[in-house]
Design a protein around this ligand. Structure first.
Ligand SMILES: Nc1ncnc2c1ncn2[C@@H]1O[C@H](COP(=O)(O)OP(=O)(O)OP(=O)(O)O)[C@@H](O)[C@H]1O
Ligand SMILES: [Mg+2]
Length: 440
């Protein structure tokens, strides 16, 4: 299936070997490039999207080991598989230390090659829909922006779960894209034509949640003036997204467990059960395992929900995506606020990249949106919230004495007011005499 799209580069000075491996890969529908030397290989790498490198170690001139180190340095996302004759297993082990993921000892069978290739191929080659070259340049997947390993792993997981109905639990800090992931699973998968119903378990009052989820029969309680379907029936054959599942009461948890076990729902006040066929995705930013330990979340429900586990990474763990994300939000909001020419200054991007983003991608999105509203031309540090204007303390500043910090601060203020002592004294809220004394 999708794997067939991968491009594999085979490097060996032995033409027979090149032919053989290419044929074997062809049988598995892989496309491959052949190179008889390291120089040739590097040329191919430079101009083509290569998903996997398979290289011999012993070659005249520049050897496979050098190639591995070169690829590790210049194309770190390309996995490396080593083929070697028996005597140089030692070399294979050294190659593994330099970044190769696996090795094959000659002669090997088609089956062995296949296993190794599948093991080492980057997960993103499993993607089916988007045809973006697999050079680590793919950037948007169902609204998910990023090209870091963390995001690639996330997308890989989505690809794995999207076409089946296994229950998925998404865990991650606030603003890391849990809902985005849930939607991606639904809209990229086989049931995309059916409904996606998002239920925020935290936003609906506890006594209403049961009725909302499962529906009710006329007369089941005061106010139940008609028969009503719940979200579960509404999401039939599609996906129900139970957001903030950690906030569901124990009563609701018990009922959810029944639904998961029996795959049917009973409306409140009704004996008859309705079969349901849908996928459940739950999300939480609380530590459910801890909640299980302290008795506030049912263990059996936790295991039922956690069939497939997806973790959305905090932004500080994939800072390499910050610029890309910021530029994406810039594009989005520049269009929305009709400011098409707006850009970040390099300095502004630099401080965005350095920041730790406790509110994750949502915080970044808000900061960019606000900056666009505030700016006419470029977004510089001035248009960012105050906390970007004062860099976080570094180790060297932490070890400074109070006197040093005072001195530096006074000098900074003096410089900012062109050495106007009256202005500086005003800002520092000390009188001019004290300032003069300190300046001495
Ligand atoms: N990788 C990403 N690429 C693009 N946008 C993202 C990404 N991650 C998050 N966002 C955006 O950030 C915002 C927050 O995402 P989302 O609501 O999915 O987070 P969440 O994990 O559900 O947060 P919370 O726990 O607070 O509900 C949304 O506007 C979403 O589109
Ligand atoms: Mg959310």
């Amino acid at each position: 299936m999708a794997l067939k799209k991968a491009n594999i580069l085979i490097v060996d000075d032995d033409y027979d070997m090149l032919e053989l491996v290419q044929r074997q890969l062809q049988e598995q529908n892989f496309h491959s490039y052949k190179a008889a030397s390291v120089v040739e290989a590097i040329n191919i790498l430079k101009y083509n999207a290569v998903d996997l490198l398979i290289t011999d170690l012993q070659m005249p001139g520049i050897g496979g080991m050098e190639l591995i180190k070169y690829v590790e340095e210049h194309f770190p996302k390309v996995p490396k598989l080593v083929i070697t004759g028996y005597p140089s297993i030692d070399g294979a082990l050294r190659a593994m230390k330099s970044g190769a993921l696996d090795y094959l000892v000659k002669p090997f069978t088609t089956e062995e090659l296949k296993t190794s290739v599948e093991k080492t191929l980057p997960k993103k080659s499993l993607r089916s829909e988007d045809n973006t070259p697999s050079t680590g340049k793919s950037m948007v997947y169902a609204g998910i922006v990023g090209q870091s390993e963390e995001i690639e792993l996330l997308i890989d997981l989505i690809e794995r779960v999207k076409n089946n109905r296994a229950t998925v639990l998404i865990q991650g800090e606030s603003g890391t894209g849990k809902e985005l992931v849930a939607r991606a699973i639904h809209y990229k998968g086989s049931f995309a034509a059916n409904p996606f119903i998002a239920v925020n378990c935290g936003a609906i009052p506890e006594d209403l949640l049961e009725a909302e989820l499962f529906g009710y029969k006329k007369g089941a309680f005061t106010g139940a003036n008609e028969n009503r379907d719940g979200f579960f029936q509404a999401a039939a054959r599609g996906t129900i997204f139970l957001d903030e599942i950690g906030t569901a009461s124990l009563t609701v948890q018990t009922r959810l467990l029944r639904v998961l076990q029996e795959k049917e729902v009973r409306r409140i006040g009704e004996q008859k059960a309705h079969k349901i066929e849908l996928r459940i995705i739950a999300a939480t930013n609380s530590d459910l395992q801890k909640m299980v330990e302290n008795g506030s979340f049912r263990e059996d429900l936790y295991y039922r929900l956690n069939v497939m586990h997806i973790e959305t990474p905090p932004l500080r763990n994939h800072k390499s995506d910050i610029t890309l994300l910021a530029k994406n939000f810039l594009k989005k909001y520049a269009a929305e606020y009709a400011k098409p020419n707006i850009k970040f200054t390099p300095k502004a991007l630099q401080v965005l990249e350095r920041y730790d983003w406790p509110g994750n991608v949502r915080e970044l999105e808000n900061v960019v949106q606000r900056a666009i509203i505030m700016s006419e031309h470029n977004i510089d540090i001035e248009q960012l919230p105050d906390y970007f204007k004062y860099p976080a303390p570094t180790i060297s500043s932490i070890s400074k004495s109070l006197q040093q910090v005072e001195k530096e601060h006074i000098l900074k203020i003096m410089a900012s007011v062109d050495n106007n002592k009256t202005r500086a004294a005003e800002i520092l809220q000390i009188d001019r005499k004290t300032l003069r004394k300190k300046l001495k």
